[in-house]
Design a protein around this ligand. Sequence first.
Ligand SMILES: Cc1ncc(COP(=O)(O)O)c(C=O)c1O
Length: 417
Amino acid sequence: MSRPVQARRLEGVDKNIWVEFVKLAATYSTVNLGQGFPDFPPPDFLKEEFTRAFSGEKHMLHQYTRAFGHPPLVKILAQLFGKLLGRDLDPMTNVMVTVGAYQALFCCFQAFVDEGDEVIIIEPFFDCYEPMVKMAGGTPVFIPLRPVNGKLMSSADWKLDPAELASKFSERTKAIVLNSPNNPLGKVFSREELELIADLCVKHDALCISDEVYEWLVYDGKEHIRIASLRGMWDRTVSIGSAGKTFSVTGWKVGWTVGPNRLLQHIRTVHQNSVYHCATAAQVRQLPFERYGKPDSYFVQLPKEMQQKRDQLVQSLVAVGMKPIVPEGTYFLVADISEFKSDVPDVPNSDEPYDSRFAKWMVKNKGLAAIPLSAFYCGPHKNNYNSFIRFCFAKEEATLKAADDILQKWKLEKTTP
Ligand SMILES: Cc1ncc(COP(=O)(O)O)c(C=O)c1O
């Protein structure tokens, strides 16, 4: 019995905050603004397409399809991203459908990262990047976004230090992970910031794994710029998207990768030797990309509606004294909880970051679920910004109102002696 059961690659990656926080939300929350999923129905056109797929004559949709993506879907994705990136894309070699963006990320790290390779990750980051890099044998190298001049009002105030970023690149750097719009801050990287990253990638012959799952959720007239469209970047970038995030169907788990065949051929190898293909019926020709660019199209309506929800939550938080960092994109909002600290006393020398204890206390005592910002930092950096929590505002009017009621009542209790 002396032989270890656990493979070495699992060491240190067995904890996952979602398991704990999803369970806490399920047990205690009356209002769940924690995990990132909409609680409203997906658009009608999507439900109709899905129902047609199941109820119609096309019984072959219940069988295997092409491993790297159902042909009608990869064709439509190639057309759309061809237009957006200004180049002809081959649906068979420049696009691959995955089981959500999550599997796309996993395939990238497995396909490109070897023992000894370094992968640069910008903090705060979607938490799975770190364990995925480690499971591939790589070493994550972290670079923080820092609030400039101590300002915290907008996600645009969080910036990379150009010299610090440059110092992270070396001959060991295999790739950088870019996530714009960024989860959790909602930061939409500017052209200048993306050019800085692109120049460093070109200079050091590094790849860019560009997680763009919130590409359509950009507010206040901001533009989402695809790093693959910048000079020298197409050949070294894999762009990742998600139908789940785009069409409010996170449970379908449909995502995609777009990039040059020289990169995608290796992603296909990982995919064909792991999941092989994504559920056929979930890949029905569901995406109304033909209407992209039209003023009444889903892609214009979606951010409009989501921006209203963002503004509603901002108002609720401001009214009670939780200071929001207004996001330029995504459906997340990070808020400063300093004003509420007196309700949840600090425990000196605790191993657990303060915001994590705060979020647990809040769901148990107030019924409101959110995620601590420290969950989006690597172990040694978890206390760097530990008085913030992340809310998801992709929620029905009634849910946002219920959250507002909780916050107002809480504020009242605090101010009434
Ligand atoms: C930044 C980011 N990337 C990827 C994913 C995973 O997307 P999917 O649900 O398509 O697997 C998420 C989900 O929350 C995310 O926030």
